[in-house]
Design a protein around this ligand. Structure first.
Ligand SMILES: [Zn+2]
Length: 255
């Protein structure tokens, strides 16, 4: 069985002590490929560095809505240059986060960065990976008004049926994380809405450890727990979910 973790942050400082060890353990565990996702300028550079040192790790670069306060629009020129690296397969994570940001003018800044980074993705012919939290309507509105040529992924997709339906209609892939294993998550209906050819799995490590590891530092080895939960809900075998999500990941990231 081969697994593809479509969203992890091995560029995070939480891996500074044992990064190479964990990367080796990850590949030994049956994860055949994974993405290292940037969220600001520094982490995007680090993601590329990690990807360049490992054949089966790929990078994204972008400025996330939660990193916009410390970023300026000039940095997007650098993101664009970085994204020309052949190991960079998407722009992201980008989007809107109204859970953490309550200030209206700062939300406007999030929208501006989101739109400008969609433009970069289109210019470089790349897909995007979207972070959206408590911002369903504005996210969909921006995606409708700013067509993304190479579609992309709703990463750690909120378990919101309307968002999933709209995302699918716009051609996006839906990626589920360890959140679907949590006790009060109610993931059945959202997961069953997503057809086999649009579903992806991820860890978002070092965050969001699935059960029974909730609260501990997460890493890509645990993506199997996400696949297991989806298999259970879709009433398919774990092998089949691994295969489907692997193929989908290759397709969206054009590997
Ligand atoms: Zn992330």
């Amino acid at each position: 069985m081969e697994l593809f973790d479509t969203h992890s942050h091995y560029n995070d400082e939480k891996f500074d002590e044992d990064r190479e060890e964990i990367i080796k353990a990850t590949f030994d565990s049956g994860v055949a490929k994974f993405m290292c996702i940037g969220y600001n300028l520094e982490s995007s550079k680090k993601a590329i560095e990690i990807a360049q040192n490992h054949e089966n790790i790929y990078a994204t670069c972008g400025i996330s809505p939660n990193d916009i306060e410390d970023s300026n629009l000039d940095e997007l020129k650098e993101i664009e240059e970085l994204a020309k690296n052949p190991k960079v397969l998407a722009i992201g994570e980008i989007g809107l986060d109204y859970y953490w940001e309550k200030d209206e003018s700062k939300r406007e800044k999030q929208k501006e960065f989101f739109i400008k980074q969609i433009e970069i993705a289109n210019k470089l012919d790349l897909p995007i990976t979207i972070h959206t939290r408590d911002a369903y309507l504005d996210t969909i509105k921006i995606l409708k008004e700013n067509k993304v040529n190479n579609c992309g992924i709703f990463h750690c997709c909120p378990l919101n049926n309307e968002l999933i339906k709209d995302g699918l209609k716009l051609g996006f892939y839906i990626s589920f994380s360890g959140v679907i294993t949590y006790k009060n998550a109610k993931p059945e209906e959202p997961i069953l809405l997503v057809p086999d050819d649009r579903i992806l799995i991820e860890t978002d490590s070092p965050y969001l450890s699935p059960e029974p590891f909730r609260g501990k530092r997460n890493d890509s080895r645990r993506v199997v727990e996400v696949a297991r939960k989806i298999a259970e809900i879709k009433n398919e075998s774990l092998d089949e979910i691994a295969k489907i999500t692997f193929e989908n990941a290759k397709k969206v990231y054009k590997i």
